[in-house]
Design a protein around this ligand. Sequence first.
Ligand code: HEC
Length: 156
Amino acid sequence: MSLIKSSFYLVLISFWSCLLSCNNRSLEPDSTKNNRQDLYEPSELASTMRDMALDMEELKLKVNTGSITIKHIDKLISSHSTMSSDQPTDIREIQPSFQLFSNIYIEQLEELKTIILKQGEISEQILLFNSALTTCISCHREHCPGPISRIEKIKI
Ligand code: HEC
């Protein structure tokens, strides 16, 4: 790819990530939308995400002490899986990559479960826990950069 072409894509990508950032929604006023609801009532997806952040903060403590149970991880897998069908605040902000990142994230939790079943090393559990969070961040880079620093802090 030529330099000009790649810089063009770079500019295009940064433009879109800016426009699509969930923090910048107010830049795009839409009189047909109920803005009050936008501001005060989280979408299904936003509320799942809030729970996901709390769940992962809690899981961090358990990974560190090697005390995750299968029951616990199963509960997270089933509640976080709803992200792929949850209603987002604005469907126009959802990129084709969303499904892919969502599948990878759930697969990583499944792998973490497999390691726990096999009573694998804590270091292996930490590796997968951090990889799942990297997937959160990759998806957020394309959709909603706001929470990235909070997600970074959950890593071990
Ligand atoms: C497949 C893509 C994807 C993955 C994976 C993902 N997110 Fe999100 N996240 C989003 C999108 C899109 C939104 C905006 C939701 C909306 O406004 O409806 C969001 C919103 C959020 C929010 C803000 C919710 C609010 O109050 O508005 C937080 C916090 C969050 N995510 C944390 C996380 C954490 C923690 C993980 C991983 C454990 C994660 N996300 C994984 C796409 C993703």
